[in-house]
Ligand binder design. Structure first.
Ligand code: 0X9
Ligand code: ZN
Length: 398
């Protein structure tokens, strides 16, 4: 995630000028407790998986004194678009090409509903929950055997996207997985690729947050829960039960890594959990995020090795080599070591429950564009993710 910063962009703290623009700021955090202190502040992160060193934040006009006050040294790395300026997304014509455009919430739901409509033998929709703002949460089941799941002997997999609202390319990727899996099933010659597997996709784990990034604030990460102190949002990747409340999460509701009041306090994750525990033969899970081009395996909540470290790593290396053929290079590693300790994350819970092959994949890029990945990188990111999932299928089995 770290990259060279052009020297010309560096300015030294504290800030002596009136700050009128949104800034991308690298904040010096020499040790883990300073990282924790920074991520506790009610500021927008630009990098949550932050190791000691330079941690990036998105700082609104007038907010630099918050960093000064908390005693941080920082460097201004460049300007950011005003994340509140959503006019161009709101007035754009309806998107039609999921390979080259980002789809908003209604468009993603329409895309998956269309798959189910066009291929009713292979794709089925299930509403699994309702958000705090009343939006439905949907899951889609892909299988060559649409009989009762209880009699289907195939291994079950789950892929999820848009847990973090601003990580738009994760939605593009799960759309491409859904389309590719449905197309494979519908064609007798390619049906063996999916075989007897049962595949569940939750395209948008966080519909309220995702909608908010289109209509109001591009850099929103959490859900939109109204917290008791009036702030909004719980980090849906700190609210799973495994390791909940530990290092790399915050008890401060204003923080971007706020863990919520209890494990699984959030309806979005209750929905994912209840679906998962209803699925027989649960064997594989991938949570798509951005950015940093990393394939991460458990544990995240501790630097201790998981019991199946060798096989988790070996599968990650297969995914990594499959994803490497499209112009971007991916790393792999145990989450807590390759990046940093984070508690209450999805992959730890899925691994802990079933010893499933459980991963977080951080998609493109490595920080040049960050969350605002240009739309000409959608197609290659989708292609490499589908290649990675095919490698995952063949390693985990059917
Ligand atoms: O912090 C997160 O939730 C994930 N990174 S992101 O930038 N997409 O927010 C990573 C979760 C797993 N990370 C670690 N094991 N450290
Ligand atoms: Zn994320």
């Amino acid at each position: 995630m770290r990259r060279a910063i052009p020297l010309a962009l560096l300015a030294f703290a504290p800030c002596a000028f009136a700050q009128t623009a949104w800034l991308r700021v690298g904040v010096e955090c020499p040790n883990p407790s300073r990282v924790a202190a920074l991520l506790d502040l009610p500021l927008t992160t630009y990098q949550c998986d932050a190791a000691p060193g330079m941690v990036e934040m998105a700082v609104a006009p007038g907010q630099l004194p918050i960093l000064d006050f908390a005693g941080f040294r920082y460097k201004v790395m460049g300007k950011l678009h005003d994340p509140y300026d959503r006019r161009s997304d709101l007035v754009r014509p309806a998107a039609t090409d999921y390979r080259n455009e980002y789809f908003n919430l209604a468009e993603i739901q329409g895309f998956f509903d269309n798959l189910a409509l066009q291929r009713p033998k292979f794709v089925r929709r299930l509403q699994i929950g309702v958000t705090t703002q009343g939006r439905p949460i949907y899951a889609y089941r892909f299988s060559g055997f649409q009989t009762s799941p209880a009699v289907n002997p195939g291994k079950a997999y789950m892929f999820v996207g848009l847990t973090h609202a601003r990580e738009w390319v994760s939605g593009s990727v799960v759309m491409h997985l859904g389309k590719s899996i449905a197309d494979s099933l519908a064609n007798a010659a390619t049906r063996t690729l999916v075989g007897r597997r049962v595949i569940w996709i939750v395209p948008v784990v966080n519909p309220d947050g995702y909608d908010h990034t289109w209509t109001s604030y591009r850099l929103w990460r959490k859900n939109r829960r109204l917290n008791s102190n009036g702030t909004r949002g719980v980090d849906l990747n700190r609210n799973y039960a495994k390791g909940w409340g530990g290092e790399g999460s915050s008890g401060n509701p204003g923080s971007d890594i706020y863990r919520g009041t209890a494990p699984f306090s959030e309806p979005e994750l209750q929905a994912v959990r209840d679906l998962a525990i209803s699925i027989p033969n649960f064997s594989g899970f991938i949570d798509f995020h951005s950015y940093s081009q990393e394939i991460l395996w458990p544990w995240s909540y501790t630097t201790a090795s998981p019991p199946d470290a060798a096989s988790l790593q070996s599968i990650a290396i297969s995914i990594q080599s499959a994803m490497g053929g499209f112009g971007a290079s991916y790393g792999q590693g145990q989450g807590s070591r390759a990046l940093y300790v984070a508690s209450g994350t999805s992959k730890d819970w899925f691994y802990d429950q079933w010893r499933a092959a459980s991963y977080t994949i951080e998609l493109r890029d490595t920080g040049q564009w960050g969350f605002e990945l240009p739309s000409n990188q959608i197609t290659p990111t989708q292609n490499e993710a589908w290649a990675g999932v095919q490698a995952f299928f063949s390693r985990v089995g059917s």
